[in-house]
Design a protein around this ligand. Structure first.
Ligand code: PLP
Length: 399
């Protein structure tokens, strides 16, 4: 099937939920992907922070192949070996004592919202159900997670939303403290706002949020769906801020491309969930858990990949800051942590994304004017150099 026909069929048969670029991707290795027409691209989108180890990382491929031959799916009515191993690994490397597996970031946040409400009703007060989240946050597209999300553009047309969410400005502890009432059960935050345009809070913000939560006896939920699994240079972003949450959600990079999410919590909070309180058919299925085990074990192995992420993050930041000097009339700001970096420009970034794509570079645009860089954590200096060259060429033509 030729590319034109494929795209025609895509538009005919698939619901119109994505504004797709007119290319068909067929194959990937490391940081490169190839279109069905054979064109090669350098992939700085990485499946939106999913492909932490690049495309088709051999250990992940082999883990999937082996598990597919042994056992693909059984019900959560039974104990599942790869799920047990993955749970143990996550608990051993995080603040958490218990893990619940699901299939996506939105589902992980739904689980977090339900757990926080149940815990609060039983342990803080029966009238406690309200969750405070932040403006411009992104927590997913299901109705609960969408109600938690602090962006009207995602909510319009789907009202009425789920009650019980209150939004305050991000990185503003005074506003947060003021918003707490006798109904509040938790605060829910991204440590670094991703979708909002890579917003990094003040270094002491999360520490102050933790103190406020403790002072009021309410829970802190961190949405690490985008920042978790090494993206910021540590396994979890909270490790940078000297705090631990009560509940954390993960997804994106967790399965090396296989769809898996998780909600982690302390022992005390997890106890609010009893059998039949929550569940999912596919959550933590053997196949995706095998992929996640291979992914996380690789990232933890000797800390090499986390080290690479920190070094390449600094290198990329340097390069982008040089571009900022050169194109000061176009580039407003470069910010981020590890390999989650945003470059805010003075104009709509869609034409930049398009011009880069024509030159064989995939980059992402978020919040309208922010170019977001989320390459695999195994990205190398050569890739960053090539990416910068293309971006420079595109900015030259724009200015
Ligand atoms: C992507 C994302 C989600 C939603 O994850 P899905 O797997 O698309 O449901 C939730 N929170 C954050 C911070 C995200 O970046």
């Amino acid at each position: 099937m030729d590319v034109k026909k494929s795209i025609e069929n895509s538009n005919t048969y698939l619901m119109n939920t994505y504004k797709r670029f007119p290319i068909v991707l067929r194959k990937g290795r490391g940081i490169k992907v190839w279109g069905a027409d054979g064109k090669e691209y350098l992939d700085f989108v990485g499946g939106i922070a999913v492909n932490a180890l690049g495309h088709c990382y051999p250990k992940v491929v082999i883990a999937l192949q082996k598990q597919a031959q042994r056992l693909i799916h059984v019900s959560n009515f039974y104990h599942i070996e790869p799920q047990i191993k993955l749970g143990k690994l996550l608990v051993e490397h995080s603040f958490a004592d218990k893990v619940f597996f699901c299939n996506s970031g939105a589902e992980a946040n739904e689980a977090a919202i339900k757990l926080a409400r149940k815990y609060a009703k039983e342990h803080i007060g029966p009238e406690r159900f309200e969750i405070i989240t932040t403006h411009n946050s992104f927590h997913g597209r299901t109705l609960g997670a969408l109600s938690a999300t602090g962006q009207e553009k995602f909510q319009k047309g789907f009202e009425p939303l789920l009650p019980g969410f209150k939004h305050v400005p991000f990185d503003d502890v005074t506003a947060l403290e003021k918003a707490i009432t006798k109904k509040t059960c938790a605060v829910m935050l991204e440590p670094v706002q991703g979708e909002a345009g890579v917003k990094v809070p003040a270094p002491d913000y999360l520490k102050k949020v933790r103190e406020i939560c403790d002072a009021h006896g309410i829970l802190l939920i961190l949405d690490e769906v985008q920042t978790g699994i090494g993206r910021t240079g540590k396994l979890f972003a909270y490790e940078h801020f000297g705090i631990t949450p009560d509940i954390m959600t993960l997804a994106k990079a967790m399965g090396g491309g296989a769809p898996i999410g998780a909600m982690l919590a302390t022992e005390k909070v997890s106890e609010a969930f009893k059998p039949a309180d929550h569940g999912t058919t596919f959550g933590g299925n053997p196949l995706v858990c095998a992929a996640a085990l291979a992914t996380i074990e690789t990232i933890l192995d000797d800390g090499l990949i986390l080290d690479q992420c920190r070094r390449m993050g600094a290198y990329l930041m340097d390069k982008l800051n040089s571009l900022k000097k050169e194109f000061s009339s176009i580039i407003l700001d470069v910010r981020g942590m590890g390999l989650l970096i945003g470059m805010e420009i003075t104009r709509d970034c869609a034409p930049v994304v398009k011009a880069c794509m024509d030159r064989g570079l995939l980059i992402n645009c978020t919040a309208g004017t922010v170019l977001r860089f989320m390459p695999p954590l195994i990205v190398e200096e050569d890739d960053i150099d090539r990416m910068t060259e293309i971006l420079q060429e595109v900015f030259e033509r724009l200015s």
